[in-house]
Write a protein that binds this ligand. Structure first.
Ligand code: SF4
Ligand code: SF3
Length: 543
């Protein structure tokens, strides 16, 4: 076996990618990512054992977040930048370790590598399968994937100047715990829930960062057609990158369109003042292979999901920044003040044709907590009168598997007196269907990006309060979540921490769940997979 990765929903055969990732990740990238995570575990052990004050290691805190983010599915395919990051983290590690006796440290905190070759050799013995017990392995990995999601959201918040060092401290504690052979499966289950608790914290932090900087999302109609100007497509989740791009393209005659998870940026008041912020082009991440061809202009990736491009022509138009990377694509780094120079992208855009029209019309979104709570009276009345029978939280990710057609069919077949609450790129499976409204409340309410699943939890907690219930599970809300990458893992763990039961998770259950760990999730939390659309709707409506 040359590599092993089972962190995402599309893992080969539902069990693990062993030759090459279904995502396109090659053996070298997979191994280097394993080694990067291993190095972070070593750093974490040093921080925990050395009782190092996280307030005093700002650079380490940030670089740990970035490193975790680099290993999220579809974020970084560039061997060179992962290799550089490993060297950087080893240097940070060795500086920190002077305060701890090396006799107390794990190999992850002391190993040495000098070249790409020695890294690959080392990686062969420290990957996921190095943990022999499949239940311990399953829990260690679930915690690690949750931490990747936490890191991604914490990095976005930090880019806006907000941080909560308690979250960084928890990342060290949890990563160090994955090296600790004395912990039992029960200890690790408890740590998994604690990871969920920090998932709630980090999503709240990012929500606070985004809304304090860009305003509260509001109901917005987003154009999905095109204009006649040359244009740049921006994808991923980082709103500070978008803000800088809009500032730099202002008045240049170059339009900016969002792709996939950047769509919800249109809901923020701060971005409405840019006349060149033209609309959303296309659909969820996996459709980029065709959509980037017809877009014609440059594409800027601020985070995942990158799909390896089919042609050199498209590759030549892709730029990466932040934790993303792709071999042969220009990577834009921030200066010491966080400023990024996008002039090369703008200059390239001016030489290229305007996008081809692939759709026309508009879609509506912007139903984050503040907006929905402003409509609370209307929503509560609709529930009390029986006009709305049930809400369906269908947040999460989209993906390429045919079986995800389930979510489109599910949305279409849901009774007309139900409302879908969504967030994340899962929405593209049904956000362009004509599902109508209930007394002016659209039947699909999009809160935003995957991290805005936090908004859906806030809305649920508010409804619980309004209806005077003592348990979130007594609300007329069902959870039918679609997952793909590790941010969805932290969203799921956050919901479990909040006490949400009977979540259905699809289109398939994670390959990283061992049978025993899957049983714990079923018994303790009522987690289930998905069945047929008709059976599931009947089950949910009668629950
Ligand atoms: Fe396979 Fe997913 Fe890992 Fe890519 S991220 S190698 S598709 S399990
Ligand atoms: Fe999508 Fe990649 Fe997860 Fe942020 S962009 S939800 S998959």
């Amino acid at each position: 076996m040359s590599m092993f990765c089972y962190q995402c929903q599309e893992t080969a055969g539902g069990k693990g990618c062993t030759v090459r990732g279904v995502c396109g990740k090659n053996e070298e990238v997979a191994k280097l990512q394993d080694l990067l995570i291993y190095t972070l575990k070593g750093i974490s052990q040093i921080v925990v054992k050395g009782k190092i004050d996280v307030k005093k290691i700002d650079e380490t805190n940030y670089e740990v977040l970035s490193s975790l983010f680099m290993t999220i599915t579809n974020a970084n395919f560039d061997e060179g930048s992962i290799e550089k990051q490993i060297m950087k983290m080893i240097a940070i590690r060795d500086k920190l370790s002077s305060s701890v006796s090396s006799a107390d440290l794990h190999d992850a905190a002391t190993f040495k590598v000098t070249s790409r070759e020695s890294m690959l050799e080392k990686a062969a013995s420290i990957g996921v399968l190095a943990t022999a017990n499949e239940d311990v392995r399953s829990l260690r990995e679930m915690i690690t994937y949750g931490l990747k999601g936490i890191a991604a959201y914490a990095e976005h918040a930090k880019n806006i100047g907000k941080e909560d060092l308690e979250i960084n401290a928890f990342i060290y504690e949890a990563l160090a715990a994955t090296l600790d052979d004395s912990l039992t499966a029960d200890d690790l289950v408890a740590l998994t829930l604690k990871t969920g608790e920090h998932g709630v914290k980090v999503m709240a932090l990012l929500d606070e960062a985004n809304t304090s900087r860009f305003g509260n999302p509001e109901i917005t109609e987003v154009n999905i057609g095109v204009r006649k100007n040359p244009a740049i497509l921006i994808s991923g989740h980082d709103l500070t990158d978008l803000e800088q791009l809009l500032e730099q393209t202002k008045g240049t005659g170059v339009d900016v369109y969002t792709h996939s998870e950047m769509l919800p940026a249109h809901y923020y008041p701060a971005f409405k003042k840019y006349d060149n912020f033209a609309g959303n082009y296309g659909n969820a991440w996996w459709k980029q292979l065709d959509e980037f061809v017809s877009f014609h202009g440059p594409i800027l990736f601020t985070t995942n999901c990158i799909v390896p491009p089919r042609s050199e022509e498209v590759r030549g138009r892709i730029f990466t920044t932040g934790s993303t990377g792709y071999p042969g694509c220009k990577h834009i780094v921030a200066d010491e003040n966080g400023k990024k120079d996008f002039s090369e992208i703008i200059a390239l855009a001016k030489t290229l044709p305007a996008p081809d029209e692939i759709e026309t019309g508009s879609i509506v979104g912007g139903f984050a907590h503040n907006q929905v709570i402003a409509l609370a009276d209307k929503v509560v009345d609709a529930v009390k009168s029986g006009a709305i029978k049930k809400f369906f939280v269908m947040a999460g990710c989209d993906g390429r598997m045919k079986s995800r057609g389930y979510y489109t069919e599910f949305a279409e077949k849901l009774p007309k007196d139900t409302v879908i609450l969504t967030a994340g790129c899962a929405k593209y499976r049904y956000n362009k269907l004509k599902l109508g409204d209930i007394g002016g409340i659209p039947r699909v309410l999009d809160a935003g990006q995957c991290n805005d699943s936090y908004s859906l939890a806030v809305i649920a907690l508010k409804l619980k309060e309004v209806f005077g219930l003592d348990d979130i599970n007594k609300l007329p809300i069902a959870f039918n979540i679609a997952w793909y990458e590790q941010k969805a893992v932290i969203v799921l763990l956050a919901l479990l921490y909040l006490g949400v039961k009977n979540i259905h998770l699809g289109p398939t259950l994670p390959g990283f769940l061992s049978p025993n760990v899957a049983n714990v999730l079923v018994e303790k939390f009522g987690i289930a997979g998905v069945g047929t659309v008709d059976d599931d709707i009947e089950l949910f409506m009668n629950a």
